[in-house]
Design a protein around this ligand. Sequence first.
Ligand code: SAH
Length: 503
Amino acid sequence: MRLGKVYLVGAGPGDTGLITLKGVECLGRADLVLYDGLVNPLLLGHTQAAAVRTSRTSAPEGRVLAQHEINEQLIAAARAGKTVVRLKGGDPFIFGRGAEEAAALAAAGIPFEVVPGVTAAVATSAYAGISLTHRDCASAVAFVTGHEDPQKPESLLDYRALAAFPGTLVFYMGLHRLPEISQALIREGKPADTPAAVICRGTTPAQRTVVAPLGGLAAAAEKARLHAPSLTIIGECVRQRETIGWFEQKPLFGRRVGVTRPAGQSAAVIARLFDLGAQPVLMPTIEILPPTDWHEVDRTLERLATFDWIAFTSVNGVRSLMGRLWETGSDGRRLGGIKLAAIGEGTSQALAEFHLRADLVPSSFRAEALAEALKPHVAGRHVLWARASRCREILPIELRSAGATLEELVVYRNEDVDQLDVPTLAAIEGGELDWIGLSSPSIARSLARLLSPAAKARLGDPIRLASISPITTAAAHEAGLPIAVEATRHTWNGILDAIIENS
Ligand code: SAH
């Protein structure tokens, strides 16, 4: 059996954009991924491999894997010919035991490579607006473990030397020992008024930074109830934050925004939310499913050439119809000279994904407006409406009254999900979200049904609802949901713009 290989890969500190290209390539090739508790699980989107979490009690087996067990798993998988990624928070070697894993692999004769990562000190200082080696304030930087008790005589750390160190000190893992660490430094001669900061969950939308003079840092961190993972920076360089802080100033920094879109359709929204500094909370309220049976769709696709117009009233309608055309061995040429109508910007963008230009998009995002715009063109014409199993029924009534022969074709089903997941519902009940975006009437109705009375009591204050359009707002009101803002552009980007304006 050919030996596999192990890649010890740094995942970066939290922001999923801070893994290296090489790290992503390794994930793409992996057969097995073992990742530690600091790794952002969203990175697993880069791999098809089985992924096992190796620490923290939230592992499915409910236990923490000992280091020797991790080493044994790496070795066994590589012996079985697998490509294994050992994904570790930050950099694999900086306070990461990566070297111990490498040594075990070397001893077992397993080929391995190390892919460095952005270590927490480098990443979180940058995101907090602190340059660890700004030439005006530090000519050196030390990465120090705060894990050891400075009172213990066998401590490897020489606090006298650390206090005299001519540069910035960065303590990893030291939050619980902050009182002892700062006292030891001050006792050994470090001025109590040295600027210092604790950064918690750095580089993520949950980043929090507490700044205080060294002498008051432990009390300030305690008061702010910071928790792990946290990092402490001590030195004059902390002052720069006031001028070059940037991450915490993002438009939606730290805000938690519920995304109610169907799972699998939220990628672009999630990316923009992270870009705005917000924390997306995925809470799909409806799911998009294929028709129960494709028979009707397939028969219609075969005689597509008999239609003069196709009307699309959703992105899903476009993707489903065009996707089925492709799957059944045909392609966009089947649309020939048929004219295409799209209800709004999102739907016409979906057509553009298939290199199709909408012939008609009404100026306002409503079925009434689409019908109005189509009416002059459809008398005596054959119109196909690619529709959802559930949607407003306005279009057929209007178009038939204008003399069109209209066929309705259900190209996808939209069904309510049975429930929100338990942590999400608890977060809403606890008022922990800032916003929830609603992007269709059925989503609004479904949310109203899924929320408990305790969750509903949080709507309006502190959780605000943002609606995509007047129709969605009306549906929400009818279902008893208060809408705080309504988008002027009827897309998810429009919802986010409205949220930014009102935050
Ligand atoms: N190998 C990792 C460090 C592992 S030790 C690296 O290179 O970053 C774990 C410590 O790293 C934590 O106790 C904390 O001090 C620090 N840390 C990791 N991620 C962090 C984050 N997002 N924000 C603040 N500190 C972090």
